[in-house]
Design a protein around this ligand. Structure first.
Ligand SMILES: *Cc1c(COP(=O)(O)O)cnc(C)c1O
Length: 469
């Protein structure tokens, strides 16, 4: 299996060589030359596998340059009951109205990002050791991604993590999650500024090419291919959990921001998993919803992005969307490149009515959106009907699933976080505290390790230099 760029400008490369990449050298996103096709016989033989066994079977189709025994060991070390709370790893809950919820948030940071990031930590450590290289990950976070990255990379050989967050702006729980890590390779930096200032600093450091290459600066953002492929696994697992036989169809409803999660669903469907439809749920930031309804992709700037109570979906430029559009255009890199020139010029693009219909009819995509009032209503209603408390993002998905669901359609809603992470909105909806996993009781009282710095790239660079020398 070799990997190419959506923009056509990268010679095909092996999995290990694209693993540590962000963007491809031509500015595109990395994809396999073709998606492996799963036969009915394979699907039948996978139905009874454990999560780790299934993950191995799927990953070996993509990571063909990693010896199978090494891959199996890594996958088995990753998907354990100790890390993910149960042997099932991703249990399925059935609601009274027949909707299913696939639990993806029982990992260390209580969000689905752990599902991929935990594997990424082991893959990075393995490939760096093989190549004899070091990696210094520099990232900016407003909460979720940063903590998932830190919990995945803590204690890993040849990896240091420098994570910038806006000083005083994360919730006490989020701060405690990140800053209570005392591993020698984890460096929390609280920037006296906003999240945008943190992102600007990351960009400034990345653009200092001498510094970047001297200190081997990398990232773990949502465009990383290995994160997508690790997410493909739970679509298969969720399908098996929700059905009695491989004759059935299942639709998935996915709360979406950067289009990484649902892109993995698209790939699972292209591989031949019997997925009916992919229901894309957005919050008030509804760029993706507009696209699937009209064929117009109009990314917005930060100034036009709402701050909502499902903050991990407050995204108006979906970084993984290019992967789907590449497939929609019949993998025509020239056409794709022309569209993304329009995106980068701030114009967005409008597809033809036929192309828009293809996204729906051939690729199974439909969408809708959800508002703050919808989230509150959904959280209250589920608490009353099922005694289930969901987080705000999962609530967006359930609202959309109920709206779009067809009679007799089996719909699995992906749970993207636990409510404990978004206590303010849960309190607003239910007038009580959200449940919290007992091992996190009192986490706010633990000693914290964090360095406060001004919003200045030079200060961040000098902190990194001192730490690394
Ligand atoms: C990251 C995140 C999302 C959005 O996922 P994408 O892959 O970016 O579409 C939704 N909900 C939660 C809780 C998240 O952390």
């Amino acid at each position: 299996m070799r990997y190419i760029s959506t923009r056509g400008g990268m010679a095909p490369q092996a999995f290990s060589d694209i693993l540590l990449m962000g963007l491809a050298p031509d500015g595109g996103l990395v994809l396999p030359e073709q998606y492996p096709q799963i036969s009915r016989q394979q699907l039948d033989s996978w139905r009874g596998l454990s999560y780790a066994e299934l993950a191995f079977e799927i990953l070996r189709l993509f990571a063909t340059d990693i010896p199978e025994n090494d891959l199996r060991t890594m996958v088995q070390r990753t998907y354990t009951a100790e890390v993910f709370g149960s042997a099932a790893i991703t249990p399925l809950k059935r609601l009274n109205d027949g909707l299913c919820i696939l639990e993806l948030s029982n990992g260390p940071t209580l969000a689905f990002k752990d599902m991929a990031m935990q594997l990424l930590g082991n893959l990075f450590e393995y490939v760096l050791a093989k190549k004899g290289e070091q990696l210094n990950i520099l990232g900016a976070t407003s909460g979720d991604t940063g903590s998932a990255a830190e919990y995945a990379m803590r204690g890993k050989a040849n990896i240091q993590v420098f994570m910038l967050s806006p000083d005083g702006l994360m919730s006490p729980f989020q701060r405690a999650q990140m800053f209570s890590l005392h591993d020698a390779n984890i460096h929390n930096i609280a920037i006296q500024g906003m999240f945008d200032d943190c992102q600007d600093i990351v960009k400034a450091v990345q653009n200092d090419h001498a510094f970047k290459s001297q200190y081997k600066i990398g990232t773990v953002n949502s465009i990383n291919w290995a994160r997508i492929v690790a997410q493909v696994v739970y679509y298969f697992k969720g399908y098996f959990n929700a059905t009695a036989s491989n004759d059935q169809l299942v639709s998935f409803c996915v709360p979406s921001g950067n289009f990484g999660n649902v892109c993995a669903g698209h790939i699972a469907r292209q591989m031949g998993l019997p997925i009916g439809r992919l229901l894309v749920a957005t919050n008030e930031n509804d760029v993706l919803d507009e696209f699937f309804k009209t064929g117009a992709y109009r990314p917005r700037g930060t100034a036009d992005t709402y701050v909502t109570s499902s903050p991990s979906m407050d995204i108006s430029k979906a970084s993984n969307f290019e992967r789907f559009v590449f497939d929609l255009l019949g993998r025509d890199a020239t056409k794709l490149k022309a569209l993304w020139q329009q995106v980068e010029a701030g114009q967005g693009f409008q597809l033809s009515a036929e192309q828009q219909a293809e996204a729906v009819n051939r690729f199974g995509f439909v969408s809708s959106n959800s508002s703050h009032a919808d989230r509150l209503a959904t959280i209250r209603q589920l608490d009353a009907s099922d005694s289930v408390v969901v987080d705000t993002h999962t609530a967006d998905g359930i609202k959309v699933a109920r709206e779009l669901r067809l009679p007799a359609e089996t719909v699995v809603c992906l749970e993207t976080a636990l409510p404990a992470k978004f206590a303010d909105t849960i309190r607003e909806a239910l007038h009580r505290e959200p449940p919290r996993p007992s091992n996190l009781d009192g986490i706010e009282q633990l000693a914290q390790k964090v360095q406060v710095l001004a919003a200045d790239a030079e200060q961040v660079k000098s902190f990194m230099r001192t730490t690394l020398e």
